[in-house]
Design a protein around this ligand. Structure first.
Ligand code: PLP
Length: 429
């Protein structure tokens, strides 16, 4: 369809003509036998190549950290001091409240919830598992793996709308004030997955200050994309731990991050920052499952980056690879869908995703059409608890992994699928 008129304004005859044109385009798309994967926010091989020098670090002679500790041996639960200092600066947290851990922040988040269920948090009257019901707030659209942790433990997820400046405060405040089963909220403060939203300081301060019926309410502050900017300067990470301290709720935020999308997605370093009481609580339980993290990998990161500026300079190289893919994706959406009023999408300044809202009731059909044309998209509804997008409208696009040319071809195909699904839907109205 080349028409740039809103499909709602087309007559039945025009719609039928548009449908015929689109079926023609769709058959041509299928005939290309494409095999593209836009499902997950994985770094592309060229991004991983940027850190290849790490594969030969630290080298046979270099295995001691700055304090002279032999990184090859057991111990050092809190991680290498010099790496903690580097990331304390980037994450805007006090180094004394930050530890460097294993290779995955998701694992830390899983442990935080598991420990809370098994033992209760530092402020809990009893283990969460002993409560009749536990709930978490899920800003939507959000990160499916956050929701999957809660789902796997039987924690009830309550969707709350995500606005341009963060989770919808009116809804959040009302819910947490009255409902003591609500023990926490998931937040991705910088370039959120998948909306690209960066939470403002004002919202962050409200989140740590708001009255909650549960005394042991927690904010999982997952700063996975703190330095992953597509524009020249990333916003400075919010000093959420200080805000919480000032608001009288020092134990409320659990801050996590990792280098998964800075160095290697399978061999990065994850971080956990929280109040002194929370660190004591976390490390007490952690010490039962680990004698210490992979300090050699931590040393490798220290030697590779040298300092916080080294990380930011490295991220500029990621931006050079990612930005053209995002630009191409957005240009194709604009060109193919701009006038037809069949979709809205985000214009992220960082992170790994574009969030696409198609005509309500057509997201599943769009993903199905794309799949049958060899273009794998994240499942419709994935960004919602229980994979239930009540309006069947949201699709998460992840352009990082395919090549630039593949992104262009795939997105042109996706646009055809969005239009075809929209016209089909309009025809049966
Ligand atoms: N948090 C968010 C918001 C993510 O998007 C991702 C990966 O896509 C992760 C965490 C995974 O982090 P890690 O690799 O440190 O486990």
């Amino acid at each position: 369809m080349t028409s740039q008129r809103p499909i709602q304004s087309l007559t039945v005859t025009e719609l039928q003509q548009a449908h015929e044109d689109l079926i023609h385009q769709y058959k041509a798309l299928q005939a290309k036998n494409l095999s593209f994967d836009l499902t997950r926010g994985k770094p592309a091989p060229e991004q991983l190549d940027l850190a290849n020098a790490m594969l030969t670090l630290p080298g046979q002679e270099t295995y001691r950290d700055q304090a002279g500790v032999d990184t090859r041996n057991y111990g050092g639960l809190t991680g290498l001091r010099e790496l903690r200092e580097m990331f304390a600066e980037l994450l805007n947290v006090d180094v004394e409240l930050l530890i460097a851990a294993g290779n995955s922040s998701l694992e830390i988040m899983h442990d935080l919830i598991a420990y809370s269920l098994l033992y209760g948090t530092a402020d809990s009257p009893r283990p969460w598992s002993k409560e009749e019901k536990i709930s978490f707030l899920a800003p939507v659209p959000g990160y499916d793996r956050h929701f999957a942790i809660c789902e796997s433990f039987g924690i009830n997820l309550i969707p709350v709308p995500m606005n341009a400046d963060g989770p919808d405060l009116n809804t959040v405040k009302k819910l947490v004030a009255d409902d003591a089963t609500i023990k926490g909220i998931w937040c991705v403060p910088t370039y959120s997955n998948p909306t690209g939203v960066t939470i403002t300081e004002e919202i962050a301060r409200e989140l740590v200050a708001m009255p909650t019926a549960a005394d042991d309410f927690r904010i999982i502050w997952d700063n996975a994309y703190a330095v992953h900017t597509l524009v020249e300067h990333a916003p400075k990470a919010l000093d959420i731990l200080s805000y919480a301290h000032e608001a009288g709720h020092p134990n409320r935020p659990f801050v996590v991050a990792s280098t998964s999308k800075i160095t290697f997605a399978g061999a990065g370093v994850a971080f956990f920052a929280s109040s002194q009481a929370n660190q004591a609580w976390y490390q007490k339980h952690l010490s039962k499952k680990s004698i210490g993290p992979d300090k050699i990998n931590q040393l490798r990161h220290v030697l590779f980056f040298k300092d916080a500026q080294g990380v930011l300079t490295h991220m500029e190289k990621h931006r050079d690879i990612l930005k053209p893919k995002f630009d191409a994706l957005l240009a194709i959406l604009d060109e193919r869908l701009g006038g037809a009023e069949v979709a809205q999408w985000t214009q992220p300044e960082g992170g790994y995703f574009v969030s696409l809202d198609v005509v309500p009731g057509t997201a599943k059909r769009t993903v199905e059409l794309a799949k049958a044309a060899g273009i794998a998209l994240t499942g419709a509804g994935s960004a919602f608890p229980y994979k239930n997008d009540p309006n069947d409208t949201n699709i998460r696009l992840a352009p990082s992994f395919p090549s630039l040319q593949e992104v262009k071809e795939a997105m042109d195909g996706v646009a055809t699928c969005v239009l075809l699904a929209a016209v089909e839907h309009q025809l049966v109205k």
